[in-house]
Design a protein around this ligand. Structure first.
Ligand code: BG6
Length: 491
């Protein structure tokens, strides 16, 4: 299906909140600069605050000024912004909002195409969608779309319940569940590297790949999100969504087309093929951690249990390392090692595909093995693709040395810094749900996460177990070394 941008109204709930200020408005502004918003559009922000359109525009101007690099079109962009004070639990304010949206649609000649973005606490999603329906806001002549932030549920059952609730107002193809990792350029690149190069796909299986490593390390701690994070932990905050989505993209079969449906079907199959671990396997292959105090970039930082809003006996995981096995013909026997954590040495998200050794090594040097061929997809902070080969050591007979071929996005002439939200908002305007999470993917990922969580609940961890500024607990190293591998660190 060909996707098209048409005149649209974006209605943003939680418009004065952190996400809107830091990410959504700067991204919308950048889309405006690059001519990627519809010719006729308006944005209506809502929140509890009592603001006029003018106050709201001033507030957004300040947030955009902190994030942007080109202010030439800012005042013009701001004229498209409006504000409506909203009590999300009162039908009256939705009726008022509907009136305002109708008036603006007449003014801008927008045929009732509406995007509702809920940058709100997930516990409100159900009430808000009910009120959108009962107030008439979703009774439109054009299209209606709903964007929701994660977390979508906190277990399989709660995700199903939430989905049943919002599905009374929005159909699956109208729901855009954000996983911002899917908007990152290098994550989107996984598919391109795999399916646009004839050299990789034939090798992309258990005959040639020995293991795959995915790391999403963060140096930040829990920041001011204690009440959310302490309930969620690394397992539900990062692993259930971002990391399993990366696994799905790496493991899926080639889709028959690039349509969102064909890609999603393959991703769902890959997620369903992940072997559900037994209780013993959870204990041995899913390592959890919590940070102690330590040093990061010469600054001393507190332990998790000393953070504001966190109890001194909290057993929440701030780190997880896992060995995932995928039970299908392509991947049987190839471990996918995954780790993510807060307060690690540095911010670094990278994927390393390690290829098997050549069948006969002609270049053995005093029992040394050849270096592995590695394909490295560096997602952030540097966006880079690297491939390591063994080449002849310059002038030293026939000995070998690993050499790197690389492509750095920043050196690309067309490169400009691009936020994941820009790409996802643009996709939603187009009506393209490829880079959003389908409910079937959620079912498969929550199924695995529930299984891990249940076992963890029955066994009290011994926390804290890693120093801030390290690469996580020692067990995370052992997870690989017992299989004869080790984490490929950044160098
Ligand atoms: C969010 C998590 O989804 O992703 C945060 O809730 C985490 O805890 C963030 O810090 C990481 O995103 P990024 O884009 O900085 O890697």
């Amino acid at each position: 299906m060909k996707h098209q941008i048409v005149p649209t109204t974006i209605i943003l709930f939680g418009a004065t909140g952190d996400l809107s200020q830091r990410k959504l408005f700067p991204s919308l502004y950048h889309l405006y600069i690059y001519n990627k918003l519809p010719s006729n559009f308006c944005i209506v922000g809502t929140s509890r605050k009592d603001l006029t359109d003018h106050d709201f525009r001033q507030m957004i101007k300040e947030s955009i000024s902190k994030k942007s690099f080109d202010f030439t079109h800012l005042d013009e962009f701001l004229t498209h912004l409006y504000y409506s004070q909203q009590d999300v639990l009162s039908e009256e304010s939705y009726i008022k909002l509907n009136q305002k949206v109708n008036d603006l649609e007449s003014k801008y000649d927008i045929p009732q195409n509406r995007i509702f973005y809920l940058a709100l606490a997930p516990k409100l999603f159900n009430d808000v969608t009910d009120f959108l329906d009962s107030s008439g806001l979703t009774t439109v002549k054009g299209y209606k779309r709903l964007i929701v932030e994660k977390p979508f549920g906190d277990s399989l059952n709660s995700a199903i319940q939430l989905n049943n609730e919002i599905s009374t107002t929005f159909k699956e193809d109208e729901i855009f569940r954000i996983d911002h990792y899917l908007g990152k350029d290098m994550i989107q690149n996984i598919e391109v590297i795999r399916f646009a190069n004839s050299i990789f796909e034939p090798l992309w299986n258990n005959h040639y790949i020995s293991n795959i490593q995915i790391t999403a390390a963060e140096s930040i701690g829990v920041l001011d999100r204690a009440s959310y994070y302490d309930q969620s932990g690394a397992l539900k905050d990062m692993f259930q969504n971002h990391l399993l989505q990366i696994v799905a993209l790496l493991a899926m079969e080639p889709p028959i087309s690039l349509s969102s449906e064909d890609i999603r079907n393959e991703k769902v199959k890959a997620l369903k093929s992940i072997k559900l671990p037994t209780k013993q396997q959870v204990l041995s292959d899913y390592i959890r951690g919590q940070y102690d105090s330590g040093n990061i970039s010469d600054e001393s930082v507190k332990s998790y249990r000393e953070e504001d809003g966190i109890s001194d006996s909290s057993n929440t995981d701030t780190f997880i390392a896992a060995k995932i096995m995928i039970d299908n013909f392509r991947w049987a026997g190839v471990p996918f090692y995954i780790r993510t954590g807060k307060r690690m040495k540095e911010k670094s998200t990278r994927i390393v595909i390690e290829f098997k050794e050549v069948p006969l090594n002609l270049y053995y040097q005093s029992e040394e093995k050849l270096d592995s061929n590695l394909l490295i997809i560096n997602v952030q902070p540097e966006e880079r693709i690297e491939f390591t080969l063994n080449a002849k050591h310059y002038s030293e007979g026939m000995s070998t040395k690993p050499v790197k071929l690389h492509y750095d996005l920043v050196q690309d002439q067309e490169y400009h810094p691009f936020d994941a939200y820009e790409s996802l908002l643009y996709d939603c305007l187009l009506g393209d749900s490829t880079n959003f999470t389908h409910f079937d993917e959620l079912i498969a990922s929550w199924n695995l996460v529930d299984c891990i969580h249940d076992v963890w609940q029955q066994h009290k961890p011994s926390f804290p177990n890693y120093r801030a500024g390290s690469q996580g607990p020692r067990q995370s190293e052992l997870l690989l070394s017992k299989d004869g591998f080790s984490w490929w660190e950044n160098n």
